[in-house]
Design a protein around this ligand. Structure first.
Ligand code: NFS
Ligand code: SF4
Length: 633
């Protein structure tokens, strides 16, 4: 019997699972207790077969592994390998999109086209590509070349995407510190090489390698992915959407899109529309595509698709019995889902050759045959609906409304209504006068360990009360949407007077009758790039380093390796990043000291670990206060 209490929609499905005897993550987490202390501290090493070795943090046992590695070495090697996992995911994602784009340009993937020509030109110009009087396709080919260079060059030139997207002051600093990376694949290889048995022993050198992998993640992963997504599918605009599990519709063919890559999900959405009449012939009232995790964020940002579930709910949504197909591509897909789906008529459909699941239907999705495959997948969902029709389902009624689509372009468009020549000025003025006390970006996952503490919601509300504007991405955006933090009512309800005033003015400027929401949904996890673009614009407009701005980041419910590599990138950029639960570094005095203090002297950024939401918010407020004071505002 588990006595934890989650939000009502989540809880109702956990209860349902328990009543019908299906295991969920909450039960499995409880079965894992107590979790290994060595693992939590990062002091377990299994890099070679003389091990596994573990270092006792209290000094009661061995202080070095069989080879002589210390806790510092072991922890830093483990951290770097975590980051390699994260950066590989993001770079792999970006590479998939670049390759699809390249095939499109070569005429091999005719299902795709360039949707946002302005973005193409912006990216091309940023990469130093000649655009005047040139054919769009030729420009696009050059953009692809620049992307492929960042995955293959051997000349030690800094990555094109760093030169394009990173602030100049930070590039200069990274160069001085030997952090400028050149080729994502080389860096990943070198990080694996240096952490294999008998190489880098120096914890500080290993931590510097972590920063390098952070930069790989930020530029050859996040920024590159976002830029190509926008060119291919359009840059998000502000719109209103619905969120939470109540967006499922028992009378429709429900397709839950889960994973990360819009190259797949955009096509499924398109074919869901095209096959509506087939769904109706099957007795459904239509096809209802809903979003889970980050592909859900991509779909909602561009197409207004409802945001059904965050990562912790990705298995729970299946317990509704109302999902006809869950279509997945890559990352964050829990192995449990096929076993749960098996209890219902739900089909799990995998689409990538490197992401297969026992019990799932595999439809190999290649850009060359995107339409054919998407059609096949939607038909599989319609077939599953036929088997479900008439059977009982259990859909939680919870549903909230939110505004999404806050790309940098969308934000600037609103700001231009206030100051066409210098759109950032209204924001800067309001930061100066304190109406906007600071800005905090919330990113990352829902932690099954912390979700019932409402870590994210409490922190966000504390900050809003203190006039801190919040921007969000990833599954944290799902949490905020479900908590009703993405709508205008939240502005009235939770914001301090200063922030409320600003959001009202911005709401008017946007042509809305209502204030803008206090939490701006800026996209999926790769779209943390959008937050960085906004920071770069602000810092460059003020001619300061990013570390001087009254801003911070938070991954309040860290789960994935990807969140670790993103966090390191942000620290390299100069941000203070709040993290909970504890990252696996506490077993190393050096890693703990460097990441929570020493790094500040190098990049201006640092990690701030705090598990209590109110204390975490107040720590971020203190940080913002000190930055404001240093700027003399
Ligand atoms: Ni981000 Fe997106 Fe969610 Fe966490 Fe996973 S979906 S890439 S890693 S769990 S926020
Ligand atoms: Fe043990 Fe060293 Fe081998 Fe790690 S590399 S398992 S610490 S002997």
């Amino acid at each position: 019997m588990i006595t934890r209490k989650f939000d009502s929609a989540t809880q109702s499905l956990i209860d349902r699972a328990e009543s019908i005897g299906i295991s969920t993550g909450v039960e499995r987490l409880s079965n894992q207790q107590p979790q290994c202390g060595f693992g939590q501290l990062g002091t377990c090493c299994r890099i070679c077969y003389m091990g596994p070795c573990r270092i006792d943090p209290f000094g009661d046992g061995p202080t070095v592994g069989v080879c002589g590695a210390t806790a510092d070495t072991i922890v830093c090697r483990n951290l770097l390998r975590e980051e390699v996992g994260g950066a590989s995911s993001h770079v792999g994602h970006a590479r998939h999109v670049v390759v699809a784009f390249k095939k499109m340009l070569e005429g091999k993937a005719p299902s795709y086209k360039i949707t946002d020509k302005d973005k193409l030109l912006e990216v091309a110009k940023g990469l130093g590509i000649e655009t005047d009087g040139r054919d769009e396709k030729e420009i696009a080919k050059d953009v692809v070349e620049k992307a492929l260079e960042d995955l293959s060059r051997q000349d030690d030139e800094p990555m094109n995407w760093i030169k394009f997207r990173a602030p100049e002051k930070e590039i200069k600093l990274w160069k001085e510190k030997g952090l400028l990376v050149s080729n994502a694949h080389n860096e990943i290889e070198e990080a694996m090489h240096r952490t294999s048995m008998g190489n880098d022993e120096d914890p500080v050198n290993l931590l510097l390698a972590c920063l390098r992998i952070g930069l790989v993640d930020g530029y050859a992963g996040l920024h590159m992915a976002t830029d190509f997504h926008d060119i291919l599918f359009g840059t998000p605009k502000v719109k209103t959407i619905e969120a939470n599990l109540g967006v499922l519709d028992k009378d429709k063919v429900n397709i839950a899109m889960h994973g990360h890559n819009p190259v797949l999900s955009e096509k499924i959405l398109e074919w869901a529309g095209k096959l509506t009449s087939e769904a109706e012939e099957a007795g459904a009232k239509g096809v209802n595509v809903v979003g889970v995790c980050c592909t859900g964020n991509e779909l909602t940002m561009r197409r207004g698709v409802p945001m059904a579930a965050h990562n912790m709910q990705s298995e729970l949504i299946l317990l509704t019995g109302a999902v006809d197909a869950m279509v997945v591509d890559m990352q964050c897909i829990w192995p449990s889902i096929t076993r749960i789906a098996d209890c219902f008529q739900t089909k799990i459909i995998t689409t990538e050759s490197f992401v297969k699941m026992q019990g799932a239907v595999h439809v190999a999705f290649e850009p060359e045959e995107a339409d054919k495959k998407a059609e096949e997948i939607v038909r599989l969902a319609i077939d599953a609906f036929k088997q479900r029709k008439g059977k009982d389902v259990f859909i939680p009624s919870e549903k909230s409304v939110g505004m999404i689509g806050f790309s940098v372009e969308a934000i600037i468009e609103v700001l231009k209504k206030l100051n066409a020549d210098d759109p950032l000025m209204p924001v800067i003025d309001n930061i100066k006068n304190g109406n906007i006390y600071g800005v905090v970006g919330f990113a990352g996952c829902p932690s099954i360990k912390l979700r019932d503490t409402y870590m994210t919601e409490i922190m966000v509300k504390e900050l809003l009360k203190n006039n801190v504007l919040v921007v969000t991405t990833g599954c944290t955006a799902h949490i905020c949407a479900q908590a009703g933090l993405l709508n205008s009512d939240a502005t009235e309800k939770y914001c301090g007077e200063g922030l409320k005033t600003v959001l009202k003015v911005l709401g008017e400027a946007a042509g809305l009758d209502v204030p803008l929401p206090p939490v701006w949904h800026m996209g999926s996890c790769v779209d943390n790039s959008r937050i960085a673009t906004l920071l770069k614009a602000l810092a460059e407009r003020l001619d300061v380093r990013i570390s001087q701005l009254p801003v911070a980041g938070s991954a309040p419910e860290l789960v994935q390796e990807k969140a670790v590599s993103i966090g390191t990138w942000l620290m390299a950029l100069g941000l203070t990043v709040h993290i909970a639960p504890h990252p696996r570094i506490l077993g190393s005095p050096v890693a703990t000291k460097v990441l929570t203090e020493g790094l500040e002297e190098i990049t201006g950024g640092k990690a701030f670990v705090e598990l209590d939401p109110v204390k975490a918010a107040s720590g971020l407020l203190d940080h913002i206060k000190s930055k404001r004071e240093a700027l003399g505002i």
